[in-house]
Each structure stands twice: as C-alpha cells, then as structure tokens.
Design a protein around this ligand. Structure first.
Ligand code: TA6
Length: 303
C-alpha cells in the first residue's frame, strides 16, 4: 500500500464526524460536505463517487438500478478504470475483466484533509492485499494506488497516484469513468474536441473531429486521443461542466442511447437522455511504470 507520507497530516477519522461535520464515515461509504451546501458521497466499493451535489442539484448520473452493495461495478457516478481500459485479448491484462479490478475492489480509507470551509479531500488506497487471490493471479504486479477526491465550492477533483512497488515494469491504463447528469441529451454539445483524432467503437472507424460543438444524437462510444485543452459540456449553448486534466491525455465520450434498454442495471430505460460520460483517462496507449516509480494524473470538473 502506498503510504501518504507526502500528504498533509490527516485529521483523525471519526466514526460520527461530529468534530468535523464535513466528513462522515459510514459502514460502506464516506460523505463529504461544505458549510456552503456542496456535498459528495463515495462508496468504499470501487472508491466510486456516487453523488456530487452543488446548489442542491445532483451533478452525476446514477442508474436507478445501480448495484451499490459491492456485487458489481456501479452503473453511474465515477467508476475507476485500472489497470486496463476495456477488455484486453492479449498481454498481461488479458485475464482481467473489462475495465480492470479497481472498480470491483473495496478500497481502504487512508484519511482526509480539510482546507478551512472551502474544500475537503479524502484519500483511498488499494494494493495487492486488497485483491482476491484470483485478481492477484490475473495481474501479479506489486502496485500501490492512492485515489483522492477533493470537493470544493465550485469543483470536484479526482486524482490517482500509481506506484510500482515491485521489481518488474508494468503497463497500465487509468480512467475516471464519469457519468454526468444533464438536462436533455438533445440539447447537449461538447466543445474542445475539434481537431483531435478518435476511434469510434460504434462503427469501428477512425477520424478527426470536425465539430467545434459536437452534438450527441445517437449512440456514441469514442476514444479521443491527445485532447489538448479542457472540454466543455454545454446545454443549449451554456457551459454546465468544464473538465480540465493533468497527465490524462485522452477523453472517452459514451452514451449508450437506446442500447441502455439492454443493460440490466441501467434505469430508467430512457435515462440515456439525461447522461453523458465524459471520461478523462490515459487509455489510448499503455503507460509503462518502472520499478519504484510513481505516476500521477488528475481531472477537475468545474461547474
Ligand atoms: O467508456 C466507454 C465504455 O468502454 C463503453 O464501451 C461501454 O462498455 C462502457 O464503457 C460501460 O462499460 P461497463 O463495463 O461499465 O458496462
């Protein structure tokens, strides 16, 4: 497990949060809140953010049929993808399930730090000791992850630190599989992708994005590689989310459209009209991490 040695000294984790109402630890989740009303909720299962509320409005899409009991990945919120994006058919990650094990495991709460009344951060850890024997056998590398969620008055930041604690170099992908809640997919456009090459999994094609403001009017499942700047999600021309990234060069855009009706844990069936996945990640190529090396990447969404 990666220690938090370089992190601010954590405030002692209290079960009730009484001395720090901004932080409450329950049996299966952590609840963060700020005096100004912003809040976030993170399951220990998969360290999955399942709620982010600003001005009384939920900003993330969570399927009504999402499993929150740890029995399967959460359909919605911000599931974590590591060490593989999608499903490998060869190589060291070929035995792993789609999107890897990070979203399937129970993460450890490492602690939290608060910055007065304007922000609160919680850190989670995952290492080989948190994996099942099967998962260890599927990907037998000595790794350590620290995942941080920082809630501030106008933003939510997710950060991942990956450490290679072994003697063998390993390759990985990492991605925040964020489901944003939106008013209406038919009014949605995405700005910031123009000029970027993408691979489309729907029609198995490659192209360069030509749209300044990309509308989503049918199923979309694209990996944009090397997106240079922040991406803006707009509703009727007004920016509702701005997604900035550090060391995460790619953006995946996904909406299952009417295919949602074939997903047992996607509800309501027409819920695709109120969500868009804008996924910040490092997935268009493998990232090699040498022994005792560290990699960090983050995404911050501003409202
Ligand atoms: O991020 C897009 C994607 O890779 C899609 O291809 C689709 O499979 C989606 O992830 C959801 O994957 P999941 O394993 O959560 O059903």
């Amino acid at each position: 497990m990666v220690e938090r040695s370089k992190k601010p000294v954590p405030i002692p984790v209290s079960s009730t949060g009484a001395e720090n109402p901004g932080f409450v630890l329950e049996s299966d989740r952590v609840k963060l809140s700020l005096p100004t009303g912003e809040s976030a909720e993170i399951l220990l299962h998969g360290a999955t953010v399942i709620s982010w509320v600003v001005d009384g409005q939920e900003k993330l899409f969570l399927s009504e049929k999402a499993a929150l009991d740890g029995s399967k990945p959460v359909r919605g919120g911000i599931p974590l993808v590591f060490p593989v994006f999608g499903k490998s058919t060869e190589g060291p990650t070929a035995a792993l399930p789609q999107h890897g094990f990070a979203r399937l495991c129970k993460w450890e709460l490492l602690g939290r730090t608060s910055e007065a009344d304007t922000a609160i951060q919680v850190d989670f850890g995952l290492g080989p000791e948190n994996l099942t024997v099967d998962q260890r056998n599927q990907w037998p590398y000595e790794f350590g992850l620290i995942y941080s969620v920082n809630l501030s008055i106008s933003s939510l930041e997710t950060k991942m630190l990956v450490r290679n604690e072994g003697s063998e170099t390993f390759d990985f992908n990492v991605l925040f599989h964020t489901y944003f809640r939106i008013p209406d997919i038919n009014n949605l456009t995405i700005e910031g992708l123009k000029g970027t090459s993408y691979k489309c999994k729907v029609i198995k094609s490659e192209a360069v994005e030509e749209e300044v403001e990309l509308p989503i009017r049918s199923e979309v499942d694209r990996v944009y590689a090397g997106v240079p700047n922040a991406v803006q999600v707009k509703n009727g021309g007004e920016t509702i989310f701005k997604v900035g990234r550090t060391n995460l060069e790619d953006i995946v855009v996904w909406n299952p459209w009417e295919g949602a009706s074939k997903m047992a844990d996607f509800g309501p069936e027409d819920g695709y009209k109120n969500m868009i996945c804008i996924e910040a990640g490092a997935v268009s190529k493998w990232h090699s991490l040498e022994p005792q090396s560290v990699w960090e990447g983050s995404a911050v969404t501003n409202i």
